[in-house]
Design a protein around this ligand. Structure first.
Ligand SMILES: Cc1cc2nc3c(=O)[nH]c(=O)nc-3n(C[C@H](O)[C@H](O)[C@H](O)COP(=O)(O)O)c2cc1C
Length: 221
């Protein structure tokens, strides 16, 4: 696959769950081995896979996928009806179409999203700009109202930050994620937060342990 998504099936079975889970696992931390959000998002995926041995995980690392900023061609193409797209516009939309397909196929999105300058990393914003699309993930209904097309989906957002900004006016991460995912129709956005990462090693450890425990409590383990 040209943009490098990996799909795998979970191996482990701990509880019997009858429904199939399609999981889209996103990460957007620029860091790899040291990343707290990657650690937490991986933990959520592990728990989901333990709940459903048939779960399928599509992995999309937004830092290794080359996600373009919206240029003038994309700014036009994203709003053109499918039947009016020429070859050139279609080829410009290929990555966006692929990311939309991955999103629409997923029942659950698990995303590692650190706070960068009070909001989402630019890689995550680039992904949002490519998947929030008319007639694909939202549509116009009567009287100019808009309706999200991602009903039935949930987002588990694993966040981290140096400071403690949750529930403060400086938090443009969680409220933004809630707004944008509810705009495209998500039923639920749940956060597992590891804040205070720069408040010393003890506080950092405590916060990561607490976030991991929240995940375990949520999934009943
Ligand atoms: C470019 C950049 C901007 C950041 N901005 C903030 C911020 O606004 N607030 C905050 O609490 N932490 C901020 N941080 C710290 C990260 O959120 C923190 O290191 C977090 O653990 C990163 O997630 P990761 O461990 O998954 O890489 C920033 C880090 C970087 C690299």
């Amino acid at each position: 696959m040209p943009w490098g998504a990996v799909t795998r099936t979970c191996k482990r079975q701990v509880q019997t769950v009858t429904t199939l889970s399609e999981i889209l696992h996103l990460d957007s931390s620029a860091r790899t081995a040291e990343s707290v959000t990657r650690l937490l998002s991986q933990h959520v995926v592990k728990r989901l896979c333990q709940l459903d041995s048939e779960a399928t995980v599509t992995r999309r690392d937004l830092t290794t996928t080359e996600l373009p900023h919206i240029n003038s061609v994309l700014a036009e193409a994203l709003f053109v009806q499918d039947d009016l797209l020429d070859e050139q516009l279609l080829s410009n939309l290929a990555l966006s179409n692929l990311l939309v397909t991955e999103l629409l196929a997923a029942e659950t999105v698990v995303a590692g999203i650190p706070m960068y300058n009070f909001s989402v990393p630019s890689s995550f914003k680039a992904w949002i700009d490519l998947v929030v699309r008319p007639r694909k993930t939202f549509r116009k209904i009567e009287n100019g109202r808009l309706e999200g097309l991602c009903q039935g989906k949930q987002l588990f957002a694993c966040t981290a930050g140096h400071g403690q900004f949750n529930n403060t006016p400086l938090d443009h991460l969680r409220p933004y994620l809630e707004k944008v995912f509810s705009f495209i129709g998500f039923d639920e956005v749940l956060f597992f937060d590891a804040e205070r990462m720069a408040w010393g090693p003890d506080e950092k450890r405590r916060s990561i342990v607490a976030a991991t425990a929240c995940i375990d409590v949520h999934f009943g383990t």
